[in-house]
Design a protein around this ligand. Structure first.
Ligand code: G3P
Length: 214
């Protein structure tokens, strides 16, 4: 399973990249707004930090505006993946991008039918938001299971990119279900490493190592 980091914070990206775990980056307007920086500047810097797919989201919601922004993002860097919302116009732009060889990440997916439409439109990635489904008392990971099953039935090329990840169990469940990618906030990446028994065991080794004759 590929690990993308879900952030527009270049400092977090630098730290995560140093771990050697990051295969790509996903951003969205909310994450970029937090940085206080221009979207283009952020994406350009991220493209220099990570040699992998970098998702940059269109800001328009209408067909013409989204297509214009998609074409513009495609010119920024070969690794840029255009993020498009799962709407009728977003799917139409997805199809246009697929026809032009432009990679896309169809986002804000909350149902298996939406994911089926995105695959038929030629999306490179589909981003189901598991955390936001959990937030409204639904089982976010059940959606991943359905999408993985549907995509396998028809051998779709679209990659399942689990998004809105809130904790390490989302990451493990994504891997158990066979998702292609999990995009993970830096805080969760840090949590993946931690286990109290590892910490306790290391402390014991350090303590006992002091008894070893030097
Ligand atoms: O990539 C989508 C992700 O950033 C959304 O996460 O926590 O806002 O649902 P969240």
């Amino acid at each position: 399973m590929k690990f993308f980091i879900d952030t527009a914070d270049v400092n977090e990206i630098r730290e995560a990249t140093a771990l050697g775990l990051i295969d790509g980056v996903t951003t969205n307007p909310s994450l970029v707004a937090k940085t206080g920086r221009k979207y283009l500047d952020v994406v350009r810097e991220i493209c220099e930090l990570v040699d992998g797919p970098i998702s940059a989201e269109v800001l328009a919601t209408d067909y013409d505006g989204m297509l214009r922004e998609a074409l513009a993002w495609h010119e920024v860097h070969a690794n840029v993946v255009v993020k498009l919302p799962l709407t009728l116009d977003g799917l139409k732009v997805t199809r246009q991008c697929a026809n032009k060889g432009i990679a896309t990440n169809v986002t804000l997916c909350f149902s298996a039918n939406q994911a089926l439409l995105a695959a038929k439109a030629g999306a490179t990635y589909i981003s189901p938001f598991v955390g936001r489904l959990d937030d409204v008392s639904e089982e976010g990971m059940d959606l991943i299971a359905k999408i993985v099953a549907v995509y396998r039935n028809y051998d779709f090329d679209t990659q399942v990119l689990v998004a809105s990840v809130r904790h390490p169990v989302h990451v493990l469940q994504s891997a158990l279900l066979g998702a292609d990618v999990c995009t993970i906030p830096f805080k969760v990446i840090e949590q993946l490493v931690k286990h109290p028994l590892t910490d306790a065991g290391l402390a014991k080794f350090v303590e006992d190592s002091k008894k070893i004759p030097r």
